[in-house]
Design a protein around this ligand. Structure first.
Ligand code: CA
Length: 675
């Protein structure tokens, strides 16, 4: 027995020396062992740094330490040791701060290539090596006292860091950086507020930033180049993007500046929502997932080819235990380490329902106020059993998670498939029920004829806060461009700015823009706007500006000078909603009890919120949206009403009185009355 044991030990030593260590075979990925602890991969202390990597199918794992982030030979190479749960471990004594690291996994006789693991929390420039830092050095002063503000309502403002601040008209110093959102006192050339002061004046509550984790396409080593990308090409999910920091080369800077941004937003009464893109990776073969546990984190079709529900060449496998665990822990990490207040899930319909439920539960345990919403669709059908994906139609199974309503969006502006087609806003009849569906918050409502609603012929929200109400976002054309492209007679219209004169139909675009947002903000869903719509942003007609230059994407803040009335309308619309709980009842039964639709002509939607809905100080509120290019008369219950919105203006102090049983509504505008 003794000699046989020695022989075995000798055999394993030989295998290991020759690099032909055993293969770990589990059959299907569902059988891979699941680690009990967190997937944290690097733990630093001045005395030692320890590493952990979950790689159950690896034959060997090498840990390499470097003095630099990008080149040079490894200062040390260590062989990691395997545990029964499929994790590999190594500990290095001494203070390793400032060093960089990679893992290299040997799988089925091949080295898969170096990567910073799937769970790096700090990286060097370019994101190809992990960085050893003391995370506590990245906390700004008073970070421990940072607290999210309490707000009545949720109004989401979706922005890209570079769009928001890069124009000289922003008056912001840290252009295209996280720090842009920390600067107060910045103004347009005409002295109107910009930046964080602008957001506070506008009254939005949640600042939703486009992907801000470390993504691939922008070369962080060339910050002087005018590079642009939305960032839907994830590299390291748990590290902020380097090109948004004042320095991408010091691994601590991006982390500290991200936190400074959150802290500044919180101090100004604003919350931060992260756009998270767990549904696909930049590519497959080069991805940290594939270099760690090949085939585990991405879905395959029955024929073995990669699934492509993202339209980006791959889709991740949230239903696998460790991918689910990874997503849950990533969300928890952004909340705990960065104090993030919400998440917008890109192509949420690729994720399975159980994962979204687990994320909701974990996030709520940290902060019951956390906001979670996503796109309840996918680019093509995901490789998941029917009925198990977090699609819009399955929202009843993911309580506490909201989805975007393409019904109200496309009912207003026209279909996503054709920029040149119009709908309600263009004065085309037949879209009224889609608007009403959105006004009610995508719930079952007796006043909505579901058969005439676009896309969904049935309600999909259990309560109205499961619906995101919007007419434009970063995808597709922005609102002014869409109106120009789709509404008859508006093709050559320009919007006046510091450098361009107005086109002849400018005032008509503005009327329809304000009408569209009045529908969005009087919806019982959660309102959402794309940054810059409040200053009549355009993108020169570009449909997909994901890598367009600043000349297309930058917000021209001088339009706040030329069109102060537009900004005031948006601000007053938000105040109307914030001051009046009738517009945000939050409960489907209350909506059915208090919201009724009034009979109206084609291209008119009229509704009443009655009986001090939601405890509102106003007894009855009547909202009429008229997309006709003519006055219309709408019958209303007989009475004396104060008008607060009329003919492209909103004033909560009143815009005159309406008496009797009918009201005349100006062309292409909204009227709001109360008594
Ligand atoms: Ca990057």
């Amino acid at each position: 027995m003794k000699s046989r044991k020695l022989l075995m030990i000798g055999f394993f030593c030989f295998q290991s020396l020759m690099g032909i260590a055993r293969n770990y075979e589990y059959g299907s990925p569902e059988n891979y062992p699941i680690p009990a602890g967190t997937l944290q991969e690097m733990t630093y202390s001045p005395a030692s740094t320890s590493f952990q990597l979950w790689a159950p199918t690896a034959q060997r794992v090498e840990l390499r330490l470097y003095r630099t982030a990008t080149d040079g030979r490894p200062a040390r190479t260590l062989q990691m040791k395997r545990s029964a749960d499929g994790t590999w471990h190594a500990t290095i004594k001494g203070d390793m701060e400032g060093m960089f690291y990679t893992f290299n996994v040997r799988h089925k006789g091949k080295w898969l290539g170096e990567c910073p693991g799937i769970n790096a929390r700090a990286v060097g420039v370019g994101g190809t090596r992990g960085a050893i830092i003391n995370m506590r050095d990245t906390d700004p002063a008073e970070w421990c006292c940072d607290e999210a503000p309490k707000r009545n309502d949720v109004v989401i403002y979706e922005m890209h860091h570079r769009d928001f601040s890069i124009s000289p008209t922003s008056g912001i110093e840290h252009k295209g950086r996280f720090l842009a959102l920390t600067e107060h006192g910045t103004t347009t050339p005409g002295g109107q507020s910009t930046g964080i002061d602008h957001l506070r004046d506008l009254g939005v509550t949640h600042i939703h930033v486009l992907p801000s984790y470390d993504y691939f396409t922008v070369d962080e080593t060339r910050p002087e180049l005018p590079q642009y990308n939305w960032g839907y090409d994830p590299l390291n999910y748990n590290v902020p993007e380097g090109s948004y920091a004042t320095s991408a080369t010091d691994p601590k800077t991006r982390i500290r500046e991200f936190k400074e941004m959150v802290q500044a937003l919180h101090k100004s009464g604003l919350k931060l929502v992260l756009d998270v893109v767990y549904n696909h990776t930049m590519d497959i073969e080069g991805s940290n997932f594939q270099r760690t546990v090949p085939g585990y984190f991405h879905r395959q079709r029955p024929d073995g080819s990669w699934g492509n529900a993202s339209g980006c060449g791959n889709e991740t496998a949230s239903e696998r235990a460790v991918m689910r665990k990874y997503m849950v822990e990533s969300v928890e990490y952004w909340m705990k380490e960065y104090h993030v207040d919400g998440f917008r899930f890109d192509l949420m319909g690729i994720h399975d329902i159980e994962t979204m439920q687990a994320i909701r539960a974990a996030a709520t345990a940290i902060n019951p106020e956390v906001l979670i919403y996503g796109e309840g669709w996918a680019a093509e059908a995901p490789q998941l059993p029917e009925g198990t994906a977090a699609m819009k139609a399955n929202m009843a199974k993911v309580e506490g998670v909201a989805a975007f309503s393409d019904e109200i969006r496309d009912g207003l502006r026209g279909p996503f498939s054709d920029d040149h087609r119009t709908a309600f806003l263009g004065g085309e009849a037949g879209h009224e029920e889609s608007i009403k569906f959105g006004i009610a918050g995508a719930i079952a409502h007796p006043g909505v004829n579901m058969k005439k609603v676009n896309y969904s012929q049935q309600p999909w929200a259990q309560n109205p806060h499961q619906m995101i109400s919007y007419v434009s976002c970063h995808d597709d054309m922005c609102l002014t461009d869409r109106l120009r492209a789709s509404v008859s007679g508006m093709a050559n219209t320009t919007i006046a700015s510091a450098t361009e004169p107005a086109g002849s139909m400018e005032s008509e675009i503005i009327r329809l823009d304000l009408l569209a947002q009045t529908a969005v903000f009087t919806s019982q869903g959660i309102p959402f706007i794309q940054a810059g719509e409040e200053v009549l942003r355009d993108k020169k007609g570009v449909h997909n500006s994901y890598k367009s230059p600043d000349s297309i994407n930058a917000i021209d803040w001088s339009r706040k000078d030329t069109h102060p009335e537009v900004f005031n309308y948006y601000r007053n619309l938000i105040r109307l909603r914030n001051d009046h709980p009738a517009f945000r009842l939050g409960n489907a039964d209350l909506v059915r009890q208090h919201l009724t639709f009034l009979p109206a002509a084609d291209c008119v939607v009229a509704f009443k919120l009655s009986g001090h809905a939601g405890g509102d100080v106003w007894d009855d509120i009547i909202v009429i949206l008229n997309a006709n290019n003519a006055y219309v008369n709408v019958e209303i219950p007989n009475g004396n009403y104060e008008r607060v919105a009329h003919d492209g203006r909103i004033d909560l102090n009143g815009l005159g009185w309406v008496c009797g049983n009918s009201v005349s509504v100006a062309p292409r505008s909204a009227t709001i009355l109360h008594r």
